[in-house]
Design a protein around this ligand. Structure first.
Ligand SMILES: Cc1cc2nc3c(=O)[nH]c(=O)nc-3n(C[C@H](O)[C@H](O)[C@H](O)COP(=O)(O)OP(=O)(O)OC[C@H]3O[C@@H](n4cnc5c(N)ncnc54)[C@H](O)[C@@H]3O)c2cc1C
Length: 389
């Protein structure tokens, strides 16, 4: 059977482009297909945490990302429901604010320069395993075959669906966001505004434009359109509403969902699922891009080894699932714990005030959610005692 590549990567978001770049740089023949034509937009808070920045550096992609005009940030400001707030610096490294339109195009360009062949405007519709190859196809009848498939086609992954693994977050939130000018910048870095069961993130790019993105429970959509839903949610976030009093919308609203927690079995014979295709984390802590990049690094390492021994069985590839689980389990636990705390009407303002007084505790929190400190630290009895007592 003739093959088009050693590896086909479906989806050219941060996960797919990074896996493609790493494998192509290691001499593997890689073919990337994406249904979109780049640059393409994607609903996002446009925040890369310091852990993600470090992985971009490891993949050699950071200069290309900075060339697009990304702005570095040294911390975050968090607002509770009652307007109280704390501000913290990352204990190490820095984050980036960059529109996904530019980030994802820069990463795809990096994969192309590393030697990956790129096909844009190709929506994969089917996947089929043969004894010595895996094949993906489109509705129009195009077919590509390779020794290994890396599925990086996002939270609604067609490959996961075809494998019967499309688990979506239970009771997930739905998101609405847009770019605005004229927003008052209350903090130098990113902002997170917590409300009753909902939250909003703000990314100021330093050119007078800011991304405001909210995540709301389904019931708050009440059959209204994005603008009405956004405006209604804003009334629950007073500090953000005040900052937006003179703002003007500069883009259409982008909606998505459900977002939340979902984990999938990320391995099959000749197939690895990475990034959101392999599972999601609630976007509130801004760790999705980090996990997409991290899974790309793990998958490309396992893929290179499996290709070199010509063993692409489920058993061999399962190493990826084990390593991935080991790395994300603690992060998911922290993120779930913060979810429970973040929406409590009395507890959250109390904790936010304590974090305001205790800069080192706030720094540890940002280090854990920024993926530069081990996640377990902020679940330790010592940390919790210092925070709560
Ligand atoms: C509203 C919102 C805000 C967020 N904010 C942040 C944030 O600020 N920071 C952060 O770290 N994370 C954030 N996240 C999470 C983050 O966006 C994702 O975790 C990240 O994009 C996952 O990257 P990925 O490469 O796995 O998938 P994606 O970035 O979704 O890329 C998937 C790619 O696959 C392509 N594709 C899909 N289907 C097909 C098909 N059938 N055939 C071919 N190609 C296909 C798509 O066109 C796309 O290019 C947010 C998520 C949402 C929804």
């Amino acid at each position: 059977m003739s093959l088009d590549a050693d590896v086909i990567v479906v989806g050219a978001g941060p996960a797919g482009s990074t896996a493609a770049a790493l494998l192509a740089a290691a001499g593997v023949r890689v073919l990337v297909v994406d249904r979109a034509t780049f640059p393409r937009d994607k609903p996002c808070g446009d925040y890369c945490n310091p852990g993600a920045v470090s992985l971009l550096r490891d993949a050699g992609a950071l200069p290309a990302v900075f060339d697009t005009g990304a702005s570095a940030i040294s911390g975050m400001r968090v607002y509770a429901q009652d307007g109280s707030r704390f501000e913290a610096r990352f204990p190490m490294g820095h984050g980036l604010l960059i529109p996904r339109l530019r980030l994802d195009a820069a990463l795809l360009g990096h994969a192309s320069r590393a030697g990956a062949a790129i096909y844009e405007g190709v929506a994969v519709d089917s996947v089929c395993s043969h004894p010595d190859a895996v094949e993906v196809g489109t509705a129009s009848g195009c077919r590509w075959r390779a020794r290994l498939l890396i599925a990086a086609d996002g939270m609604h992954s067609v490959i996961a669906r075809r494998l019967g693994r499309l688990i979506l977050p239970a009771a997930g939130r739905y998101t609405v966001g847009a770019y605005f000018s004229g927003l008052v910048q209350t903090a130098p870095g990113g902002e997170l505004h917590l409300g009753p069961g909902l939250y909003g993130g703000v990314a100021h790019f330093g050119n007078g434009i800011a991304n405001v993105c909210m995540a709301l429970p389904r019931r708050l959509w009440r059959h209204a359109g994005p603008r009405q839903t956004f405006d209604a949610a804003l009334t629950s976030l007073p500090a953000l509403a005040e900052a937006m009093a003179g703002a003007r919308r500069e883009s259409r609203f982008r909606c998505s969902g459900p977002v939340g927690f979902a984990d999938r079995n990320a391995v099959a014979d000749r197939i690895l699922l990475i990034g959101d295709a392999g599972g999601q984390i609630e976007p509130m802590t801004g760790q999705g891009i980090f996990l997409a990049l991290r899974s790309a690094h793990l998958a490309s390492g396992v893929a290179a080894e499996a290709l070199s021994t010509d063993d692409l069985s489920y058993r061999k590839l399962f190493t990826y699932a084990q390593r991935r689980r080991r790395e994300i389990a603690g992060r998911l636990a922290v993120s779930r714990w913060l979810q429970r705390l973040a929406f409590h009407p009395r507890m959250t303002p109390l904790l936010v005030r304590r974090l305001r007084m205790r800069a080192e505790l706030a720094g540890d929190l940002l280090g854990a959610t920024g993926d530069v400190l081990p996640p377990g630290g902020i679940l330790s009895p010592a940390y919790l005692a210092r925070l709560l007592l």
